[in-house]
Design a protein around this ligand. Structure first.
Ligand code: C2O
Ligand code: CU
Ligand code: CU
Length: 568
């Protein structure tokens, strides 16, 4: 008897220990600051499970990428190097910028090419992200782990008593899950849901957080799964920010749904927790209404998963000592947002979720029965127009709706303004569209027009988006540039040969360089410069010695001219 209980205690101790040992410390992405950012996308490997390493993709690292801190009002320059064997794109999700800089499916970065977009940061302080967006390849590239956070700072946010010490009391959390094959490699074909959670790429993640108010910036970077977030003790926490920045005031909740592509900033008070105590951030995904992505009962197969229709942990929090400059109270108000209302809109549009009907003629999900076509412009929006878009989902399943270029205000759900949740009352760029519901938002399409490069709207379930549940719009209108007919764009380059900076002299003063691409003599694009700032010269110092072709496209006529130069 005594022997048995000893054995029992021994076994219990071992199992408690081994359970504790399964936690791994949460990886916090490195940070990059300033106005110029070097991002190198590459294939790499990471030890995620016992046994084989997993082939992953990363930006400057081996899964996910650095968090970019940028300031409102700054002009930021990105040097994106694609070292994959595949073409890809990098989209700046949530950023308000010119379409040609947006990184959607049209701004392809071939392997070995440097893409150099830049823009002035006009977004409010908030949590944004960057990720691949090559049509039909988004799921694969995102599954590898390519992506990262963008945190915008501004004066309004800086003036508030909010936690903002990155990695201490201000934590970015990218939540996703993966399915593995027998060799520990990621599966993504016909896999809507992963089986194992990765929080910032860390399996079974734990983190020590100080005994005070802590800010979590949570991003759902899944393929399809939604998360109904909350804490293991069901405590109240506070929503302070949506996709496009801070709310007017914190909104208390015990649960918040976060669908793919959405971000939420929350404050959670650990000030009353004992040092050494633990708390779990969890997904309370069991018992969701039919059509919630990840609520399906199956545990395997295309739409099944070990995480479906269950509650599961995302992050173990170990409460530790209070840090310096701790935030110990909740702000009563945040920022003064002036939102668009339905009455501001002068154009109304309706979009319907289509396809996906069960049965023998089942088509992939789409919008308005038109599957995505790179060469078809679905909508034309006038610059500066304030528009009201109603998206209707009469479908069997829940979806999301994301739009590029703008942040919007949700003004109604199912026709009712009061049905819009306080938790989603801020600026948004993704919304959840449950089955048999519709949602209406208002946005102003200001600052950027471009008749050639469109912006996207799509379901952010990447498998749906890859399957054609996407459309595109151009914003057209005058931006003060005259439309006189131009002669064909001619130019010369100097100095030639050149070592570092190449300058251009454009013959017709009315011409503007819209796009410059530098090719080698085999026709491979090496550097792509959307709307280059040619007065500063073009930095070609990264090119090997040899002959190159510089191709320039004129902004108005879109005509193309080329010049040869020698790098020495
Ligand atoms: Cu997060 Cu069209 O993208
Ligand atoms: Cu986007
Ligand atoms: Cu969808």
């Amino acid at each position: 008897m005594r022997k048995i209980s000893f054995t029992l205690i021994f076994v219990l101790c071992i199992s408690v220990l081994s359970k504790a040992q399964t936690y791994q410390n949460l990886w916090i992405p490195d940070t990059l600051n300033g106005t110029e950012f070097n991002l190198t996308i590459k294939d790499t490997i990471k030890q995620l499970r016992t046994g084989n390493q997993t082939i992953t993709g990363g930006i400057n690292g081996n899964f996910w990428g650095p968090t970019l801190f940028i300031n409102k009002g700054d002009t930021v320059h990105m040097n994106v190097r694609n070292k994959l064997n595949d073409s890809t794109t990098i989209h700046w999700h949530g950023m308000h910028l010119p379409a040609v800089m947006d990184g959607g499916p049209h701004q392809v970065i071939p392997p070995g090419t440097l893409w150099q977009p830049y823009w002035m940061v006009k977004n409010q302080a908030g949590t944004y992200w960057y990720h691949p967006h090559l049509h039909e390849m988004t799921t694969e590239h995102l599954t590898k782990g390519i992506g990262g956070f963008i945190i915008v700072r501004d004066a309004d946010e800086a003036a508030l008593a909010l936690p903002r010490t990155y990695g201490i009391d201000d934590i970015p959390l990218m939540v996703t899950s993966r399915r593995y094959d027998a060799n520990n490699q990621f599966l993504f074909n016909n896999v809507a849901y992963g089986d194992y959670v990765l929080t910032n790429g860390t399996p079974n993640a734990q983190v020590s957080l100080p005994k005070q108010y802590v800010r979590l910036r949570i991003l759902n970077a899944e393929t399809e799964r939604g998360y109904d977030l909350g804490f293991s003790d069901n405590r109240t926490f506070y929503i302070i920010g949506n996709d496009g920045g801070l709310l007017n005031a914190p909104v208390p909740v015990t649960r918040v749904k976060l669908l793919v592509g959405e971000r939420v900033e929350i404050l959670v008070n650990l000030g009353n927790d004992a040092i050494g105590s633990t708390l779990d951030l969890k997904a309370f995904n069991s018992g969701q209404a039919f059509g919630f992505p990840g609520g399906e009962p199956a545990t395997s197969g295309q739409f099944g998963s070990l995480l479906n229709n269950v509650d599961f942990p995302i992050l173990r929090i170990n409460v530790s000592a209070t840090s310096a400059n701790a935030i110990k109270s909740l702000p009563t108000s945040l920022v003064n947002n002036t939102y668009w209302t339905a009455a501001d809109a002068t154009v109304n549009r309706a979009i319907a979720v289509t396809g996906g009907q069960p049965g023998p003629n089942s088509a992939p999900f789409s919008f308005d029965n038109k599957s995505f076509d790179l060469s078809y412009i679905n909508k034309t929006v006038n610059l500066n127009s304030i528009e009201k878009w109603t998206i209707t989902n009469s479908n069997v399943f829940g979806h999301t709706f994301h739009i590029h270029d703008v942040e919007f205000k949700i003004v109604a759900r199912n026709g009712s303004a009061s049905a819009v949740g306080a938790y989603e009352s801020g600026w948004k760029d993704v919304l959840y569209l449950p089955r048999n519901e519709n949602a209406t938002f208002v946005a102003r399409f200001d600052d950027y027009s471009d008749a050639i490069h469109p912006f996207m709207y799509h379901c952010h379930f990447t498998n749906h988006e890859d399957g054609g549940m996407m459309g595109q719009f151009v914003v057209t209108g005058t931006t003060g540039i005259n439309n006189d007919t131009k002669s064909n764009l001619g130019f010369t380059v100097y100095p030639n040969p050149v070592k570092e900076k190449l300058f251009l002299k454009i013959n017709d003063a009315k011409s503007t360089a819209y796009y410059i691409t530098i090719f080698n003599l085999n026709g491979k694009a090496l550097i792509m410069l959307p709307q280059p700032e040619i007065v500063k010269g073009i930095d070609i110092s990264s090119l090997a010695k040899g002959a190159y072709i510089l191709q320039m496209m004129d902004k108005e006529t879109k005509s193309i001219s080329v010049q040869k130069f020698i790098k020495e």
